[in-house]
Design a protein around this ligand. Structure first.
Ligand code: GLU
Ligand code: MG
Length: 433
């Protein structure tokens, strides 16, 4: 039997697509890759092709990265895939390669902040089928019912070279949460893709179906992706914390956080990129509805996370901020790139650290919100896209035409579900994610 390696990209739709080649060709493929087509970037999560500036023309290469490979064995079945970059035939990064877009955001962070990024994606997902565990929020019985799935998944995550942190029965019906340790730079986004792929494969292996849809049922909570971020100086020392800073943030972290909040409405279409994402981003779901910083507040878009140890070095290393307005319809590379660019913009503009909120912002009037510099985040994907494409600063962070192509992609996705009622809409997204 010929063993195959799947060379993959996580694209604008947040889907993992690619082509497989015989594993004995790996050496050659690490430089020559597999052939790729520009218009593939316009394949939406529903597999319809959005308006494409590339048409039927052009050729690209998808080059697998030897440091982003996974071999996962489930009984008789071995799955092997490698994430990679899309390049032109001349070898330059392709303008619509999500991994390359993230790399350039991380280069900007080095340039303007003198730091590297560590990030950890915390994921919630649900198992499809009857909810046999009403009342099992955080429960042991709910966990034990899926112990095999949880143990298999954590084993696979470790096998992929990542660090399993914790796993639990989350609040929602059949909802679980899986957390991994931080990874540096692009590897953090690769890790998020790997966790999602391994979750689906593990669920299938134990006879279940997992979905990472942003929300399965509007009557309950959504499936969030919370992105924890901290910074390292180039000598590897931690740069996120300052005991005397606002909420313990260093000046750099404070400016980064302010940039994220200032440009949040313009980047939301990247981090919450599906039509159903906006059913999740409503007040009182512990998701995110306003552009505020919370100090240990789980309704804020950005949250300063708790630290547990007393010695200063450990605190400085643990200290991190969490972006909560994301979900798994987003390509992790693109979501992280957008957040990093917004943060860099805050550093470049020399913004002061945001003051944390300690109240329920949904109780304030629009005028009161505006007086204090807060906005209600866009309440639909259309509104979020409008904020993105009309913000020249945001569009300027990306390669020429990137946001226009992205908006056309998302317009086709919106068009596809336009006539669906809420039940059909949630079912369609649960199917694709
Ligand atoms: N399920 C919530 C969300 O959609 C998050 C709950 C939590 O704080 O873990 O983001
Ligand atoms: Mg959670």
């Amino acid at each position: 039997m010929t063993s195959l390696i799947f060379a993959a990209t996580c694209d604008i739709a947040g889907k993992v697509r690619g082509k497989a080649f015989p594993s004995d060709q790996l050496e050659k493929r690490l430089t020559r890759g597999v052939g790729w087509t520009p218009t593939n970037v316009q394949i939406t999560c529903f597999d319809i092709i959005a308006e494409s500036p590339f048409g039927a023309f052009g050729d690209l290469l998808l080059i697998p990265d030897k440091d982003a490979g996974v071999t996962a064995t489930f009984g008789e079945n071995t799955q092997r895939f490698m994430l990679g970059d899309i390049v032109t035939l001349e070898g330059a990064p392709w303008s619509h390669c999500t991994r390359s877009v993230l790399k350039s955001a991380l280069e900007r962070l080095r340039r303007v902040g003198g730091v590297d990024l560590l990030a950890a994606f915390e994921h919630e997902f649900q198992l499809k089928g009857e909810n046999s565990f009403a009342g099992e929020a955080y429960g042991r019985a709910g966990f034990e019912a899926q112990r095999r799935l949880c143990e298999t998944l954590m084993t696979q995550i470790a096998g992929a070279g990542l660090s399993p942190d914790s796993i639990m029965k989350e609040y929602g019906p059949n909802q679980y949460e899986v957390v991994i340790g931080p990874e540096k730079g692009v590897r953090a986004a690769d890790a998020a893709v790997i966790v999602r792929e391994l979750t689906r494969a593990t669920a299938e292996h134990v006879g279940q179906q997992a979905t990472y849809t942003p929300i399965l049922d509007p009557a309950t909570v959504g499936n969030g992706v919370h992105i924890h971020m901290s910074f390292l100086n180039l000598d590897g020392t931690p740069a996120t914390h300052d005991a005397n800073g606002v909420c313990g943030m260093s000046a750099l972290t404070g400016s980064f956080a302010s940039g994220v909040l200032k440009y949040l409405d313009g980047i939301l279409a990247f981090t919450a990129p599906s039509v159903v994402s906006y059913l999740r981003l409503t007040p009182h779901r512990w998701s995110a509805a306003f552009n505020n910083l919370g100090f240990r507040d789980r309704e804020a878009s950005l949250r300063v996370c708790p630290v547990t140890a007393r010695d200063p070095d450990s605190i400085a290393r643990q200290f991190n901020i969490e972006y909560r307005a994301a979900d798994a319809a987003a390509c992790p590379h693109l979501a992280l790139a957008a957040i990093v660019h917004a943060g860099c913009q805050g550093i470049e503009e020399g913004l002061a650290a945001p003051e944390p909120t300690e109240e329920d912002l949904s109780l304030l009037s629009m005028d009161e919100l505006a007086d204090r510099g807060f906005v209600r985040l866009p309440e639909s994907l259309e509104a979020a896209l409008e904020k993105m494409v009309t913000n020249d600063i945001v569009t300027g962070w990306f390669p020429v035409d990137f946001t226009a192509v992205y908006a056309a992609h998302k317009a086709a996705e919106i068009g596809h579900v336009a006539d669906m009622d809420a039940t059909d809409l949630c079912a369609a997204y649960a199917e694709t994610y």
